[in-house]
Design a protein around this ligand. Sequence first.
Ligand code: UD1
Length: 403
Amino acid sequence: MNKIMIVVGARPNFMKAAPLVAAIRRHNRNSLANPVSLCLVHTGQHYDEMMSGAFFDDLDLPAPDLHLAVGSGSHAVQTAEIMRRFEAVLLAQEPDIVVVVGDVNSTLACALVASKIPCDGGRSRPLIAHVEAGLRSFDRDMPEEVNRVLTDHLADLLFVTEESGMQNLLREGIPDSKIHFVGNTMIDSVLASLVKAEQSRILDQLGLRRIPYSLLTLHRPANVDQREMFLNILEGLQDLSNTCPILFPAHPRTGRRIQEFGLEPFFMVPAGTKDTCAAPGIHLLEPLGYLDFLCLMKHAALVITDSGGIQEETTSLGVPCVTVRKNTERPVTVSRGTNVIAGTEEDTIRKAIAKQLLTNQPATLPEKWDGRAGERIIAKLLAMPGRAEEEDLVAPLSNATST
Ligand code: UD1
């Protein structure tokens, strides 16, 4: 295994990929005679400084070797554009292995390209590794669920974060030999960054030192793209916002929806860093970098979110979390961790918040969420033979006989 290509594209990819890069760097330092070449590709699915660039600095990621600058578009346009540009990259770079992470459009687009890259002159396609394989919400209305299922069925190596992931993959007919339970690279990043996050000045900047506060994120199209639904969620937060400050660093799409739907009266908008966010109410902020957000998350009394990764991060930090969704693809955060699935009704959100504010049940850390997942993955990749052998090239689509 000489050349590993790692693909990132959107905000939640960066913290999942950083531990892989760190493990490759460690390998190269420790084994000078047998270095691995790393090619980091950024598709450009996310492009704003606070959705992308800031994360490279905070996570000590090197600048991407290649940037595809695809930008935004409908799912079809964005996925197709990533595929078109990534094909040229793969043909030119010829990596032994392509690593895709998470469940965003970039994940599926690049796995699909790698699975069909033309073989010429006896050359076979690269192996495909999927980091964070096997998670299932069983809700095909979520674009991420489609991305997860398809990526898993294209991958040769499936790196799983929790027990449910292994069961899901086996149930779908993926051979046991392809599945590797390694832990969670997103949690590797949390654990590796806590000391730096504690040095963040964000609590002082927002006037929150020693003030109990909650932290909110909402960006799922199902939650924020329709006025009624968004309003409903805001009403479910009202009891909490009457009594405590809620910090709301809003995703760009959410910020735009607030204006479009005339929902500004629900929010307080600090005019600059000197403004205090200590008063009760929902304080609307620009997106934050990784370390500032981690600091806010660690010290929050409660986190309310519709994100997947934040359910895991709060579990690892022992911070109560209310997930404003009907399901989760990360059930271990509920069975072992600090997460409660609230649904999206005003009443169920209000009750889940009340319950979580009273809870003081200690959570247990899920198995292998110990900061070493990246190391395990890279060790496995380095032990693999080169490009995919003939028999590796057929990934079963399901238990059903193909037509
Ligand atoms: C994507 C992922 C989602 C992930 C989320 C984290 C898919 C299908 N979805 O959703 O799983 O939880 O990232 O943020 O891949 N925009 C900007 N600046 C940016 C990026 C996006 O303003 O840097 C705006 C654009 O108007 C864009 C919209 O946000 O149209 C949505 O971006 P997109 O990448 O399509 O999906 P996300 O909602 O961010």
